[in-house]
Ligand binder design. Sequence first.
Ligand SMILES: Nc1ncnc2c1ncn2[C@@H]1O[C@H](COP(=O)(O)OP(=O)(O)O)[C@@H](O)[C@H]1O
Ligand SMILES: [Mg+2]
Length: 222
Amino acid sequence: MIEAKDLTKRFGKQLVFENLNFQIPDGEFISLIGPNGSGKTTLVKIMMGLEKKTSGELRIDKRQTIGYVPQFRNIDLDYPLDIEQFVRLNLKFTLSPNKRREDNKLIETILEKTKLTSLKNRPLGLASGGEKQKAYLAQALLNDPKILILDESTASLDVEVKMQLMDLVKELNEKYNLTVIFITHDYELTKKYTSRALFFKNKTIEEVKVDNISEDMFEMGS
Ligand SMILES: Nc1ncnc2c1ncn2[C@@H]1O[C@H](COP(=O)(O)OP(=O)(O)O)[C@@H](O)[C@H]1O
Ligand SMILES: [Mg+2]
């Protein structure tokens, strides 16, 4: 469970948002929507402990780990790691043979889960957009997170590929009761995959049930 009470964030004099009040129960697939600059990334950074709140409370069960999948960015063709090596970047280095065996097993499981097993030796630079995002997803799953944050992770992917990635995330959400926080500007995906949206508007949020989510909530300007 994630719970915010009167959560407020300022950068210096700039108010980003104030008095956010919401709860996200375990296992929910929820979206954060609203214009650019409305504070979506700032909120998830506060959740991850990467940014300080100004006032109010944000409670996240201490034992809950968070995985983060960034926005799609292209990777140089000559990027030196293959998909498996890239996923392994998040492992802690170890000299213990036992730990190494465990790590290998873990990597194998994660590659299965994300349907990357047959692609594991493909250089990341030569992978498709969807495969790259799956590699980031695999990396984010490495520490067995209870919460997964997708920060515009499907932006600039083809429709088909977006759906594939989201189907995979939905599968993980249902199988492992993973809480998913999906930051997006995509109306169709929000309707199809999420149960509720936190809509950032006028420096605060509205909680919107999926049936009441409308296209005009996705206008990009602020
Ligand atoms: N580290 C920072 N220092 C100062 N201002 C910031 C910082 N990070 C974000 N902001 C500002 O906070 C506002 C919200 O940004 P952000 O959370 O990135 O919005 P969103 O993800 O909804 O597009 C923006 O006006 C942005 O310029
Ligand atoms: Mg953002």
